[in-house]
Design a protein around this ligand. Structure first.
Ligand SMILES: [Zn+2]
Length: 153
């Protein structure tokens, strides 16, 4: 993930949500993109962990000004991947993340080359280089479009 941002203090590439490995800076990094990919099934979390991880990630992403997230949750009719996917879908449909997520598109609804896919890319061209990789496996992703950060005036 280091290519997503650079350090606002030393200018080196650095991870989004950790301090700079080069100079130790903890200031907000400068974003190289407003679109990022987040793999929710990394280290095989249980459903509730995965949902909490997403809550935390959405909060941090909004602070950084990220506009779109390709959420990789996996799929499958059995196993934890399928459970996480169903839980994410349910949570989105029940507005669990509605304070941060403006819009969501399930991967299977924006299949590569479809009308919906092109409509989405016209609005968020930054998604293209991520989505084109998911020609077959797009049932394992959900695209989240984030709202504007709520700034207290
Ligand atoms: Zn630095």
């Amino acid at each position: 993930m280091s290519q997503y941002a650079e350090c606002s203090d030393c200018g080196n590439p650095r991870p989004l949500f950790k301090q700079c490995p080069h100079c130790g800076s903890e200031s907000l990094p400068v974003l190289a993109t407003d679109t990022i990919e987040f793999n929710l099934k990394q280290d095989g979390p249980y459903v509730e962990e995965a949902l909490e991880r997403l809550t935390d990630y959405l909060r941090k992403s909004m602070e950084l000004g990220i506009k779109a997230i390709i959420l990789v949750h996996g799929y499958g009719s059995s196993g934890e991947g399928g459970r996480i996917k169903r839980a994410i879908h349910d949570a989105l449909e029940n507005n669990r993340y509605s304070d941060r997520v403006d819009e969501y598109h399930f991967g299977e609804d924006v299949a590569f080359g479809s009308e919906a896919y092109h409509a989405l890319l016209r609005r968020r061209p930054g998604l293209k280089r991520y989505l084109k990789r998911f020609k077959e496996g797009n049932a394992g992703i959900t695209v989240l479009l984030l709202g504007s950060p709520a700034r207290s005036a």
